[in-house]
Design a protein around this ligand. Sequence first.
Ligand code: G3H
Ligand code: 13P
Ligand code: ZN
Length: 416
Amino acid sequence: MPLVSMRQLLDEAAKGSYGVGAFNVNNMEQIQAIMAAAEETNSPVIVQASRGARAFAEDKYLYHLMLAAAELHPNILMALHQDHGNSFDTCKSAIALGFTSVMMDGSLKEDGKTPTTFEENVDVTRRVVEYAHERGITVEGEIGVLGGVEDGHGAGGTGLEHVTDPDQAVEFAERTGVDALAIAIGTSHGAYKFTKKPDGSVLKMNILIEIHRRLPHTHLVMHGSSSVPKDLQDIINQYGGKLKPTWGVPVEEIQLGIKNGVRKINVDTDNRLAITGAIRKVFAETPEKFDPRDYMKPAREAMKKVVAERMREFGQAGHGKDYAPVAIEEMAKGYASGKLDTRPSLAAKLGDIGFVVSRPCDRKNSQGRGRGLGERDEGPFHGSGMALCICHASLVLSQRLRRTTRINPITWRHGT
Ligand code: G3H
Ligand code: 13P
Ligand code: ZN
């Protein structure tokens, strides 16, 4: 199966009310671990590569490994995403390479360290959205700044210095037209996120919930979402590592996020910990071994276990074959027609109209599914009355929808 649009995966996740893990890769074994976990759990997957990963693996190796994964796993829906693009050019080069999704992290300047102004962020993100959408490619933006520094990327700090302002999140979504929005709620990249199990004073789930209340149709993204499990820390330290005590984001908090609009969850550190622990164990227990396969195999298996666990916890497990992939060219048409536009002002208008017509319809459409008023469809406004059966949708209403949203409401006749 060709690589698919991340937007499609997230739209489907919104329909099914689950989250999709986005796992970072740098090499073949990590890609294999993710694909094996996706097979085991029947999950759609987002595989992501940072700038550092692209430099480490070299673009062509990385991309062709992804093509091999797609060829070997033809039934798995898979998006390839640029993690933390630092400039228009980074995103452009990822698209040229074949990535189906990019993150323009305009919350930081191109140096990947210095926070930008709101206007700078809007400007660069909007330019990437225009360029990417013309080509059917998904865009994730970020408003607010995470804590920590990974591979030279990050503003440092605890994660509480630049927590997302919900007003700005709404304005940012409106002015950029991003498909997905990463928000800062106190998390940091890397292993050292919290000094004890986080509570509301350091992990601002209330802000996430407020942003979702104001942007109910925007896919939210949680970065820095490794849980940094104690058992993985212990294995590393048991075999000679020196990790200081630390806490990550508890899975139950991520699950609360998923109930409140989080559709993409970024996980890298947990996999790094699993890999390192497994390698250390082999080195410590069998120091005579020197064949890389002797330690890379258990490392790959340890990562697969973590990824499969997260896939089950985020709810994507079991959803691997729910829907057919939409070609990237079709996504481009969807963006051009406005059908995939999720800017809040459009969603709000449709929401009003959806309320007017929200009488449920229990009849079936031609695919045999019940899709009454107020139910979701493949339109951009999840759950806001995009799908209309024509016995309930008057011509006047259809015209009004078309005029206010530039979108043709989907209609069908009962019994057809
Ligand atoms: O953004 C953070 C990810 O963990 C990627 O990290 O830049 O060290 O590859 P990296
Ligand atoms: P972790 O460091 O918590 O795994 O976060 C990864 C991430 O956000 C990648 O963008
Ligand atoms: Zn991140």
